[in-house]
Write a protein that binds this ligand. Sequence first.
Ligand SMILES: C[S@@+](CC[C@H](N)C(=O)[O-])C[C@H]1O[C@@H](n2cnc3c(N)ncnc32)[C@H](O)[C@@H]1O
Length: 193
Amino acid sequence: MANKRICPVERAGSLDSRLRRLVQNPHTILQPFVQEAMTVIDLGCGPGFCTLDMASLVGPLGRVIACDVQTGMLDKLQAKIQGTDLEERIILHKCDNRNIGIDEKVDFILAFYVVHELADQQSFFKEVMAILKIQGALLIIEPPLHVSRKDFDETISIGQQAGLLVEEGPRVFLSKTILMKKAGKQQDNMKTT
Ligand SMILES: C[S@@+](CC[C@H](N)C(=O)[O-])C[C@H]1O[C@@H](n2cnc3c(N)ncnc32)[C@H](O)[C@@H]1O
């Protein structure tokens, strides 16, 4: 797959604008999916348009792993959370271009305006399958202009081939959305002696 264009750090201001917050409110979008005490990933977090809302939703017992391939984006997010009550719930993680690089299992992954920038969607979905807990969910939100219906359907199909189940995503202003879940029965904690 050809190298994709990555949103430059100079565009961070427009990603994190008040106007966007009015039409794509992260709290409203994410509230149905992010619960207290969850461990969640904000993949391709950029300057953190959604990160603080996710941290607020997971509460003091939860954690948000904010990942980005660009150190400049993570620096902007660090500056934003520094000294706030939410700082200790947020872990910043630098991904590399083809690898999220997280070992622990998580309940939820948000990929907001990110998947069309990924260098290799096949390996992304394989990694998502490995990272998600059983019943865990991946919410993909893509922009309408950069991503055609055909490309979006292809993304969904790659996710399904990796083993994810598809559910309807939430309505998000000017966006295409899909919710993908890792199936399977949650195992009870069995005591072995
Ligand atoms: C259009 S921005 C969206 C940022 C944020 N999710 C939002 O909605 O404001 C896409 C972000 O994905 C990041 N990105 C691109 N490829 C990535 C990869 N392979 N792994 C992690 N982040 C990536 C970019 O650096 C950029 O910050």
